[in-house]
Design a protein around this ligand. Structure first.
Ligand code: CMP
Length: 142
């Protein structure tokens, strides 16, 4: 059964000019675009998106980074999308990411790691709804 995941091309990806290359890797891996936009999160929005990490030592810097420039959130569809996308991007820390993964190739640090991917189908739904209206998610189906 087809599943959806929420991905974000992070500000480091956009600033470095990697958006096209990373999107191509995603599409070549068989993910279909359901919704996509270019946006800039303010501190409040980035803080809300990563609220689950509020107590972590890196939260402040993460919010600063994610609100430092434009990003590209997108909803992707594929069988087993959540797990397959996380395999495609690799470990959070590029130093630990497997060869051939997007983070291994493009990311510079654990924080500036180019791309976000939902960690479960439940969170994918919540994260998709964070950036896209129900109408956008329904109307763009097929
Ligand atoms: P992401 O997959 O978007 O989920 C949470 C983000 O927090 C992660 O990617 C990194 O950008 C960041 N992050 C996770 N762990 C650390 C860490 N130890 N130090 C700095 N940033 C981190």
């Amino acid at each position: 059964m087809k599943e959806r995941t929420l991905a974000i091309l992070k500000p480091d990806c956009i600033k470095a000019g990697f958006a096209g290359k990373v999107l191509d890797r995603i599409l070549q891996a068989g993910f279909e675009l359901v919704a996509m936009k270019l946006t800039k999160m303010d501190v409040k929005t980035a803080g809300a998106f990563y609220a689950v990490h509020k107590e972590r030592h890196f939260y402040g810097e993460l919010v600063e980074f994610m609100s430092s420039g434009r990003c590209v959130p997108m909803v992707l569809e594929k069988e087993n999308a959540v797990e397959d996308f996380r395999k495609l991007i690799g470990a959070t820390d590029p130093a630990e990411a497997a060869e051939g993964t997007i983070r291994k190739e493009f990311a510079s640090s654990k924080q500036n790691n180019i791309v976000h991917g939902s960690d479960s189908p439940e969170n994918a739904k919540l994260e998709a709804a964070f950036f896209f209206s129900e109408a956008e998610l329904i109307q763009n189906k097929n």
